[in-house]
Write a protein that binds this ligand. Structure first.
Ligand SMILES: Nc1ncnc2c1ncn2[C@@H]1O[C@H](COP(=O)(O)OP(=O)(O)OP(=O)(O)O)[C@@H](O)[C@H]1O
Ligand SMILES: [Mg+2]
Length: 237
């Protein structure tokens, strides 16, 4: 399957059409951005690491019965997947308080939450991805009904249980992550986008060392080494 036209270029990926109108190719880029694009950098090999990690996680979730857009990895930085209509909600799932949750609500960094928190942000860079409640999402017609919001929240929690278990076996704590959902050609809601340490916070279970994009956000260095270590643990699973 070959790339045809560039459909969209985002901060992390280029999305290409293919000869099959139902399938797209994601090209994972080496660029790194944080704080809604304010901090930028480049890390050779990061795209390939995110592609490989995402592919492994999509395969795992598919095995667990989660419907996703994943078809296959084409080469080091290209993934073939179904085309979807993106639901413009960033679904944030949190097990441990850190980052904006700690800053905004004054919850101690590292505090294990009493239950998994699922939050919705409006996927809109111009507005700075503001927080949404269910009524906002319905007023903006980001989904068709409350039932769809309930389904998305239900799927996010289910995915969290599978991924927390997966990472725990690798000696990693799944602190929080961002998911995107879309509608496939049959109008089914499926998991889309990527499942990489750009969108996941992972802490080493023994040392609490950060193994994700916070290494870049916080200027800690060693981002590529951390992503390589995550992939190495996945491959040795
Ligand atoms: N299966 C799919 N079908 C159609 N579009 C998709 C699919 N999977 C992901 N996308 C979209 O493709 C784009 C991927 O590009 P990229 O991740 O670089 O976006 P972005 O500019 O980084 O946006 P953001 O920072 O909000 O993720 C996103 O807009 C994402 O919603
Ligand atoms: Mg993105």
């Amino acid at each position: 399957m070959e790339k045809k036209e560039l459909l969209y270029e985002g901060k992390a990926k280029k999305i290409w059409t293919t000869e099959n109108p139902d399938l797209l190719i994601s090209e994972f880029k080496d660029s790194l951005t944080a704080f809604n694009g304010e901090k930028k950098s480049q890390e050779e090999g990061k795209g390939a690491l995110n592609n490989a990690i995402s592919a492994a996680l999509f395969e795992y979730l598919e095995e667990k019965g989660i419907p996703t857009h994943y078809v296959k990895m084409l080469d080091s930085n290209h993934m073939l997947h179904k085309r979807a209509d993106v639901i413009l909600i960033e679904v944030i799932v949190r097990n441990i308080a850190t980052g904006s949750l700690s800053r905004n609500l004054g919850i101690e960094d590292g505090k294990v939450l009493p239950f998994t928190l699922v939050e919705f942000d409006y996927k809109n860079d111009e507005l700075g991805d503001p927080k949404l409640n269910d009524q906002h999402a319905l007023i903006l017609e980001l989904v068709k009904s409350q039932d769809e919001l309930d389904y998305i929240r239900y799927m996010a929690r289910k995915i969290n249980r599978f991924l927390s278990e997966f990472y725990s076996e690798l000696g990693l704590k799944l602190v929080d992550f961002k998911l995107e959902f879309g509608r496939d050609k049959n109008d089914n809601i499926i998991l889309i986008d990527e499942l990489s340490p750009d969108n996941f916070r992972l802490w080493d279970a023994k040392t609490n060392e950060k193994m994700d994009k916070d290494r870049f956000r916080q200027g800690l260095g060693g981002l590529k080494e951390a992503y390589e270590e995550v992939l190495r643990r996945i491959q040795n699973r």
